[in-house]
Ligand binder design. Structure first.
Ligand SMILES: [Zn+2]
Ligand SMILES: [Zn+2]
Length: 267
């Protein structure tokens, strides 16, 4: 079966796509389950995009879509939280207020700055930026661990000015192992984010070396998501992601319903 557990619609500040269009794209591509994971990045420092989330309206829309598409496709209610070390208490009480199926914790900001912008890299080398990104990821999960999976763990390589754009596990293995052990000790998963293919990396985020290491250290929970913000990427590169997972020693991928993992055998 195919499932896409990382999807954005116009409830996210950086998407204009109606959520019903995402559902229809999922149906067309033969997905059995999808989960919306709209952005909520509290304290986002830039004015050109707003990453607040109207969660009540979003939940209402999910309930409408579920009643329209019942029996055709499972529609999950999820959120992607942009973590920062000072936001732990705020996100703890936020997550408790809503009946989420699935919560992704992600690092989008580093010391209050977004590495998406080229100006970020004027002040640091690619290697220092990547290392700092991992240090902050560890700080973020220590401040808030009420998520189900950590999103796109090596996402920083999409933006670091390196050629080729590749995460070299060997360069950061000490920190990455600390992150993976932290997650495994708390029963947390990671995701295979196929947006890495879209970004031209030739692999998902994180890269196979990190997925394999998570498995070697005893990790078992891996969700799959496209991180689509438009219809064209819904369900994209899922066959490739399943191949990568099998190659890294996994036999199952994971879905979440009501914050509980459900293990699905890889095709
Ligand atoms: Zn993200
Ligand atoms: Zn996302």
């Amino acid at each position: 079966m195919k499932a896409d557990f990382h999807l954005h619609s116009s409830f996210s500040g950086d998407s204009d796509t109606a959520s019903e269009q995402i559902v229809q794209a999922g149906l067309q591509r033969g997905l059995s389950a999808i989960c919306f994971t709209e952005h909520y990045d509290a304290d986002y420092p830039y004015d050109d995009v707003c990453f607040e989330l109207d969660t009540k309206a979003y939940l209402g829309r999910i309930r409408e879509l579920r009643s329209v598409y019942r029996g055709q496709i499972d529609i999950g209610f999820g959120v992607e939280l942009g973590l920062q070390p000072q936001l732990g208490a705020l996100y703890h009480s936020y997550v408790e207020q809503y009946p989420f199926d699935f919560v992704i914790g992600s690092t989008h900001l580093m010391d209050g700055k977004d590495p998406y912008y080229a100006s970020f890299w004027e002040d640091c080398t690619p290697e220092d930026g990547i290392r700092r990104f991992l240090e902050i990821t560890l700080e973020n999960m220590k401040a808030f661990d009420d998520f189900d999976v950590y999103g796109h763990l090596d996402y920083i390589v999409r933006y670091a000015p390196l050629e080729p754009k590749r995460f070299l596990y060997g360069d950061y293995g000490d920190l990455m192992d600390e992150i993976l052990r932290f997650l495994i000790d708390r029963g947390k998963g990671i995701e295979v984010n196929t947006g890495g293919y879209k970004a031209g990396l030739g692999c998902p985020n994180p890269c196979p070396e990190v997925l394999r290491r998570y498995r070697e250290l005893g990790g078992e929970i891996v969700t799959m998501g496209s991180d689509a913000h438009t219809v064209e990427y819904v369900g994209s590169f899922m066959d490739e992601a399943q191949d990568v997972l099998r190659g890294c020693g996994f036999q199952y991928f994971t879905l979440f319903r009501e914050r509980k993992p459900v293990f699905i055998r890889l095709d």
